[in-house]
Write a protein that binds this ligand. Structure first.
Ligand SMILES: Cc1cc2nc3c(=O)[nH]c(=O)nc-3n(C[C@H](O)[C@H](O)[C@H](O)COP(=O)(O)OP(=O)(O)OC[C@H]3O[C@@H](n4cnc5c(N)ncnc54)[C@H](O)[C@@H]3O)c2cc1C
Length: 375
């Protein structure tokens, strides 16, 4: 049984390690094999980019060698897939090699698509890559006050990032002693401040308490040198524009016709690609209407590892993914809260505490144990 995992990010790595432990006898006897193909030999802890953008983490802390995170029984290759031939059970990779499989798991992640809004990539600061987060920090350092707009597009990975960066900016400006010179304004595409209603109900009064203004039903249409125009016909003027732009899946997914926007139609419980029994999808790459978050990828990977292992040993899947997501929310002032939810139960964020912030800070280090499948 050849298992091929495409993508060595949060979802792919946690799946591979869980699977390697559950199937160790089959791997040892040669009855099964696990191969991972990825686009990089490094693994990035992406949530750390938020901290890099406000000068609270050094980018060097974000990386580990991918091979150091994987169980030794997993064959790992840096060889990005360029072609998916699902009817023939194989993929073609950049090296020119073809990899055959019995089961494939696609976990190639998602990427920002600021280019989809004219002017956005040119004028706005972003923090979804190392280079962008460092550039944003340098811009903040030279900022002396004025109108700051945080403009959000959907879909995007990390549902809490728009709120977190907004609250972290308040802290940043306070620490610089220029908060009284800043007018912070937040825009969001739907009719409330967050896609999850209970989170919006918690965040909106926090905005009001801190003096952050906001505009909902604001879908970015175009950006010029000093304002953002919305599809709804309004305008937000800025001196400093920060964005969480809309995302897409990977180009190779779109090019292969696997899913619109690079997001693959996926069964919400079994996580197989719709209409395909031996193709599974994890994390940001699914088209599921749930958060594109590391925790989503993590909980999906745990369920899928059990299912693949049981399919290999007893020929049947044994577990459904229940839609579980857990996201910390950095709330500023040294505090944090969290949102935990699944397909049945909405989140219910509580008042932020210093304890949860400390736990989040600790998790930033503990993540590496999580990636190894140990947490
Ligand atoms: C600023 C920021 C803050 C965040 N904060 C949080 C948070 O607090 N909590 C949370 O839960 N989540 C957070 N996230 C989101 C989280 O990082 C992602 O949702 C998560 O990494 C998704 O996992 P994934 O496995 O689907 O994709 P990724 O982790 O992005 O991995 C994709 C992998 O696919 C590989 N790949 C790409 N193309 C190919 C190809 N053609 N062939 C082979 N391999 C390929 C890449 O090299 C990579 O290894 C944050 C993200 C960002 C950017």
């Amino acid at each position: 049984m050849k298992i091929l995992i495409v993508g060595g990010g949060m979802g792919g790595t946690i799946l591979a390690n869980n699977l390697a432990r559950k199937m160790r006898h089959d791997l040892k006897s040669g009855k099964a094999s696990i191969t991972m193909l990825s686009a990089s030999d490094k693994h990035m802890y992406q949530p750390g980019l938020l901290y890099v953008a406000v000068g609270k983490m050094n980018p060097t802390e974000l990386y580990r060698d991918q091979v150091s995170l994987l169980e030794p029984s997993i064959e790992f290759k840096v060889d990005p897939v360029v072609e998916f031939n699902l009817d023939d059970n194989n993929v073609k990779a950049k090296s020119g090699n073809t990899y055959n499989y019995d089961i494939i798991v696609i976990a190639t992640g998602s990427r920002t698509h600021a280019e989809g809004t004219p002017g956005l990539a040119e004028y706005a600061e972003q923090f979804y890559t190392e280079a962008d987060a460092v550039k944003m920090y340098k811009k903040l350092e030279s900022f002396e006050g004025g109108k700051v707009v945080v403009a959000v597009g959907v879909p995007h990975k990390c549902p809490m990032a728009p709120l977190e960066i907004t609250f972290m900016l308040v802290d940043y400006f306070k620490q610089r002693g220029i908060w009284d010179k800043v007018q912070l304004h937040y825009t969001y595409p739907i009719g409330r401040t967050h896609s999850l209603e209970p989170v919006a109900k918690w965040a909106t009064p926090e905005f009001e308490r801190l003096g952050i203004t906001y505009e909902t039903l604001f879908n970015m249409k175009e950006v010029n040198a000093n304002s953002v125009l919305s599809e709804e016909g309004t305008e937000a003027e800025y001196d400093l524009l920060i964005t969480v732009p809309a995302h897409k899946g990977m180009q190779v997914i779109e090019d292969a016709g696997l899913g619109a926007g690079g997001f693959i139609p996926t069964d919400r419980k079994r996580l197989n690609m719709e209409g395909r029994e031996n193709v599974y999808v994890l994390g940001d790459t699914t088209n599921l209407p749930i958060s594109k978050a590391g925790s989503t990828a993590h909980f999906e990977a745990e369920a899928l590892a059990e299912n693949i292992a049981s399919m290999v040993t007893i020929g049947s899947a044994t577990r459904d993914y229940d839609g579980k997501v857990f996201c910390f929310i950095e709330a500023g002032e040294g505090k944090a809260t969290y949102a935990m939810f699944n397909y049945q139960n909405p989140p219910d964020p509580k008042a932020p505490t210093a304890g949860i912030h400390m736990f989040k800070t600790a998790y930033n280090k503990m993540y590496w144990a999580s990636a190894r499948g140990l947490l």
